[in-house]
Design a protein around this ligand. Structure first.
Ligand code: PMT
Length: 401
């Protein structure tokens, strides 16, 4: 997660039961390489101790006692000047009200008032409190001052009642932080369409022809494009993955549906990481095929070649300035990839060596060689799909320059 590496994040924790989840958020941020300084309000301290945060961030956590310590006169100003972002999670109705009205009566609110970095809040409170006109007004005021608001979600609240007011999960808050940090990245103002997952071609109402794509590479590309500031549309075949925060998601099942979805999209680049079917049953049975009827004879036909159709259609090249594909090959990697680069009219292809277990379908890592339309070639070592995605996105950004 290079977007978070070396970033200085201030994490404010206020008095809500969701404070226990803030420890998970702090841990995720620290694991992603961020320098995390936690500031607890006195009510926040009642739910989780500073020691919890110190243990997961490796840095001391601050409390209101520090407001009156030796460095008090500069601590909040320093925080506000050096931080890349102030995240308040959970953010209670009380802290929201203080932020909206410029009240600075504890270390967190005084820091917020002195901060020139972006501020993101993840509200957490009971449904009635969130719906109260005062809270609604405060929320509007904060949004009008460009404070980013993540959540709240609907669900079971501390009162036992279900409603809107639950803090969103740490993984989702992390997604909002990444999106906010990436806003001025290399792809700011650009729209990138990414496809992911393995398509499914129906044999009958219950059976499909599928493949082993997990969607990991495509989802990593969508996240890397968001980290670089792009507006992202993720066209995804069925996967078990949670889409990155900020992506507009279009769900498809078959290769035909993927093609139809792409023909409705336009943007600066299309990156086809999906494993789309090359063949599909000529006719899917309307009813479930029965075992007692014997082994079915299934006739196959070619599925549409999505990239070829998009790059070959009159409007295709105009709708996407850069077309990038993958070539998953178990032999003659570079020859086959080069043939696909040329025949599909691509600017870039990631030749994906799937002959080893540590790369390709379902794996956590990929071993890729990038081939460019101009003849250039770059071999990447075995790396995580996240790192591979970042490399590909860097090249796409360069091609768009
Ligand atoms: O999802 P993961 O588990 O993370 O695995 C990642 C991956 C192996 C699926 C991915 O990294 C990858 O290599 N994707 C391409 C797989 C593939 O279908 O390759 P291909 O050589 O058959 O197709 C070449 C290109 O044409 C691909 O960009 C593909 O999306 C596209 N294609 C394929 C079939 C089709 N009908 N239309 C297409 O446009």
């Amino acid at each position: 997660m290079s977007i978070l590496a070396e970033k200085h994040i201030l994490l404010g924790v206020t008095g809500s039961i969701a404070a226990y989840k803030a420890a998970d958020l702090a841990s995720r941020l620290a694991q992603a390489g961020a320098q995390v300084d936690v500031i607890l309000t006195s009510a926040g301290e009642k739910f989780v101790s500073p020691l919890t945060f110190q243990s997961v961030t490796g840095r001391r956590a601050y409390t209101d006692q520090d407001l009156w310590g030796n460095e008090a006169h500069i601590l909040h100003v320093n925080f506000g000047k050096t931080a890349d972002m102030l995240v308040i999670a959970p953010c209670t109705a009380d802290t929201m009200a203080k932020l909206a009205h410029g009240i600075a009566d504890n270390l967190l609110t005084v820091t917020a008032l002195a901060a020139d970095c972006p501020i993101l809040i993840a509200p957490a409170m009971d449904g009635g409190m969130f719906d109260h006109p005062a809270t609604r007004e405060n929320l509007k005021t904060l949004q009008s001052r460009s404070v980013l608001v993540a959540g709240p979600a609907t669900g079971r609240l501390a009162s036992g009642i279900s409603g809107v007011g639950r803090m969103i999960e740490p993984a989702e808050i992390l997604g909002h932080i990444r999106m906010a940090l990436g806003r001025s990245g290399k792809l700011a103002g650009k729209k990138i369409v990414v496809t992911a997952g393995g398509t499914q071609e129906a044999l009958d109402p219950v059976r499909v022809i599928a493949n082993h794509s997990s969607g990991k590479q495509g989802y990593a590309l969508a996240q890397a494009a968001i980290d670089a500031g792009a507006e992202v549309c993720l066209v995804t075949a069925p996967t078990a993955l949670i889409p990155p925060v900020g992506a507009r998601v279009v769900h498809v099942t078959s290769a035909q549906e993927m093609l139809d979805a792409l023909l409705n999209e336009s943007g600066d680049a299309l990156i086809m990481a999906a494993a789309a079917a090359d063949f599909r049953p000529k006719q899917a049975a309307k009813e479930k095929m029965k075992k007692r009827d014997g082994i079915p004879q299934i006739q196959l036909e070619a599925a549409p070649d999505i990239l070829k159709t998009v790059s070959g259609s009159k409007s295709g090249k105009r709708r996407f300035k850069v077309l990038a594909g993958f070539a998953a090959e178990s032999r003659n990697l570079l020859e086959n990839a080069l043939e696909k680069l040329q025949s599909k009219g691509l600017d870039l292809i990631a030749a994906n060596d799937i002959s080893a277990k540590d790369a390709g379908f379902g794996a956590e890592t990929n071993r890729i060689t990038l081939l460019f339309a101009g003849g250039a070639k770059e071999s990447l070592p075995l790396m995580s799909k996240t790192d591979a995605a970042e490399k590909i996105i860097e090249h796409v950004a360069r091609l768009l320059e």
